[in-house]
Design a protein around this ligand. Structure first.
Ligand code: ATP
Length: 375
């Protein structure tokens, strides 16, 4: 990944104006009927490797959009083609209706925030943030106002004279964000920007990023391999696998109605049952999934409602997780289901004592989803 400290972009659009303390944005472009980003038949080959193997996608103006997928699934390459760091082998990239496929990065109204921040260590926070404006010869008074606005947006007022070495990881991340926001791009690309932070800070920053995006109204395109992160922050998510998108949807949609086996497994616990076991349980050999929190564990003789499915089995293992317990249940029909239960009134001793118990698992038919084997 190349370091692009400022991505100087010609400033052609006047938006993102901070007023007073709450940084109310100028919604000059909000509700633009043109999608902020449109990808058409996008492909990228590196020799024999099809890093991106045909992606069609529309991202609306003002959306917080995540590209989620495992390592090597083509998320970063797709992002780099939107930024202009990579030229597609086939297909087109349109930004707000304009074909930018062949334009250089600085000719596109986008900025990128990288995981490694790429801050200049010898410059102060304010100088780092001002750099892109300096390159574009923005006059000093405007520069100072915009830098102050950007630092306020990322809640770093008062840190302008520090050097990156005197900041925490989370603060450095905010400087990187301010440095992109100061250019007022219409689209901000973020490549695993929280990857270097520890879990607690990452969770805090997830909420902050979501809040900041909401305040500035800029389209955010966020690359991550962390499903929880994508579910927490996004308006919509595209799930990538082997250079293709397997599903696009709102977080709840992708989680509750996974389209494919891959999506069911990558976003949450897979709990997939197919073939003979599926026939025995549902009367249908098709592959299905049911989320662990939707399953109840009851005594083997408990009656099953008309709107429910049930499977008998034995608790093979119990994992006590504090607020929840995870039960792995080996089904009599073959295969296994994972069940999570909140420890509302259960102690750890009670939970762990369940191991080996013969049980019936019951779930509502509406919580079961048939999924495709592949795209
Ligand atoms: P990660 O989360 O690890 O960054 P990713 O989903 O972003 O993964 P990409 O970085 O887009 O995936 O890579 C997709 C595929 O393309 C991988 O198999 C990768 O090895 C390959 N690839 C990426 N960049 C290059 C390159 N410059 N030269 C050759 N192969 C590349």
């Amino acid at each position: 990944m190349s370091a692009h400290p400022a991505d100087p972009v010609p400033h052609t659009h006047g938006h993102v104006q901070a007023h007073g303390h709450d940084h109310v944005e100028d919604h000059a472009h909000a509700g633009d009927p043109q999608p902020a980003v449109r990808l058409e038949g996008l492909e990228k080959r590196f020799g024999d490797v099809a890093a991106v193997a045909g992606v069609d996608l529309e991202i609306a103006d003002g959306e917080f959009f995540s590209m989620l997928g495992p390592s090597g699934s083509g998320k970063t390459t797709t992002l780099r083609m939107i930024a202009g760091f990579e030229l597609p082998t086939a297909g087109r990239v349109l930004l707000h209706g304009h074909d930018v496929t062949r334009l250089a990065p600085f000719e596109r109204d986008v900025n990128t925030v990288f995981q490694d921040y790429a801050l200049f260590p010898h410059m102060t926070v304010a100088e780092n943030v001002a750099y892109g404006l300096l390159v574009r010869k923005v006059p000093k008074p405007e520069r100072e106002t915009r830098v102050a606005d950007a630092l306020r947006m990322v809640r770093l007022e008062g840190y302008d004279r520090r050097k990156p070495g005197q900041l925490s990881g989370g603060q450095r991340q905010r400087v990187a964000l301010a440095r992109a926001l100061v250019n007022r791009p219409r689209v901000l690309l973020l490549d695993e920007p929280l990857g270097a932070l520890d879990l607690k800070l990452r969770e805090e920053m997830q909420l902050e990023l979501h809040q900041i995006q909401h305040e500035v109204g800029i389209t955010f395109i966020y690359v991550t391999h962390d499903q929880e992160e994508a579910l927490t922050m996004s308006d919509r998510i595209a799930v990538f696998n082997r250079g293709r998108i397997e599903q696009v949807g709102a977080p709840a949609e992708v989680y509750e109605r996974p389209a494919t086996k891959f999506v069911a497994g990558f976003v949450g616990t897979s709990n997939l049952i197919g073939g003979a076991a599926a026939t025995a349980i549902t009367g249908n050999p098709g592959l299905f999934t049911v989320r662990p929190e939707k399953i109840r564990i009851v005594d083997p003789e408990t009656p099953v409602g008309d709107d429910e499915h049930a499977a008998s089995g034995r608790i093979r293992s119990v994992v006590y997780l504090g607020p929840d317990t995870r039960y792995h249940v080996a089904l009599d029909a073959g295969e296994e289901l994972v069940v999570t239960q909140q420890n509302l009134a259960t102690t750890s001793t009670e939970a762990l004592a369940q191991q080996g118990r013969a049980v019936r698992l019951i779930w509502k038919r509406q919580h079961q989803r048939e999924v495709a084997e592949a795209l």
